[in-house]
Write a protein that binds this ligand. Sequence first.
Ligand code: HEM
Ligand code: HEM
Length: 311
Amino acid sequence: MSRSISQPASESTSRKKSKSAPSHQAGHKETYVRFRLNDRIEHFLLLTSFTVLGITGIPQMFADTGWGVTLIDWMGGIEFIRIVHRVAAVVLMLETIYHGGVVTYKVFVKRVRLTMMLSWKDMTDAIQSLTYNLGFSKEAPKMGRYNYAEKAEYWAVIWGTLVMVITGFMLWNPIATTNFLPGVVVPAAKAAHGGEGLLAVLSIIVWHMYHVHVKSFNRSMFTGRISRHEMEEEHALELAEIEAGIADRPVDPVSERRRRLIFLPVAAVISVTLLTGLYFFVTYEETAITTIPRQPIESIVPAAEPEDGVP
Ligand code: HEM
Ligand code: HEM
């Protein structure tokens, strides 16, 4: 999933002539491999688990509204969607652990460049894009493998997933949580979880869908390829490096092999620890899924004293 913060030295965007188009026009019909199968599978897992989490979570947040209750009933009732929410949460957490492994492997073993890291240039690119789109400047910014919009998307997902997993843990295991923290953290976690959940869903709809659907219909996360035109528009600096033949960083296979021999056992220990932690996270507490149906409660409110004393 394009959530790779770096570009593997041996796997940078590469030029592939599409067989069908004749050579001269080939320039324009040229496509570049932008995402490998692994990235696309990761993105698909993120896309599906996130969508299920949003669809099963948001109505819970508005369970005191008519449309919230209707949506919950449509989806099979509160207990069913709470179970589905948790299954999707486990998929998201497993994908996040896997992604952490992929990124550290690329950075430590493959020594790839950290193309997803934010830099001051992203700030100036964002401002230049704005002035260019408003017609105040003549030139659009030239950007690298990941432009400021894609980096913002990536780090928002990292930050958001962390918040949702930590607050999700507290909602999932309120007794374990309050063994260590004051009880007030559970309603606070609910507010933070709901708030971040709503923000995440709206930012995907507004920011991500604009950049991958409206601005240009970017199919690269599904086909793996990006057109020359899109490279010129969105990744001109990377295209220049590819054309100059300097996109790939030379790799010394001997030292890469030595690094891999160190990385794999360490990664195995860390993954087993994280997966065991996840197992306890999910099974530690028999939290109530069975939900008591809504009961009309009679509340006795003392009659207010009349202000002027006349009954
Ligand atoms: C990243 C996407 C996610 C979104 C958009 C999302 C959204 C929501 C929303 C809106 C609620 C209702 C909050 C309320 O009642 O005010 C909720 C409840 C809940 N969420 Fe999430 N959530 C996400 C991820 C997670 C994760 C990763 C976990 C677990 C680690 C989790 C566990 C829970 C739990 C336990 C509840 C309480 C209700 C229940 O038991 O189903 N959520 N979620
Ligand atoms: C129908 C829904 C979606 C579509 C069509 C879609 C499409 C895409 C495309 C085409 C890219 C590649 C952009 C590039 O060239 O770099 C991408 C990247 C990405 N997507 Fe999605 N996406 C969807 C949903 C999601 C969701 C739900 C999330 C997260 C919760 C997500 C997170 C990301 C991230 C982090 C990247 C990498 C940063 C970037 O390159 O923009 N996507 N997506």
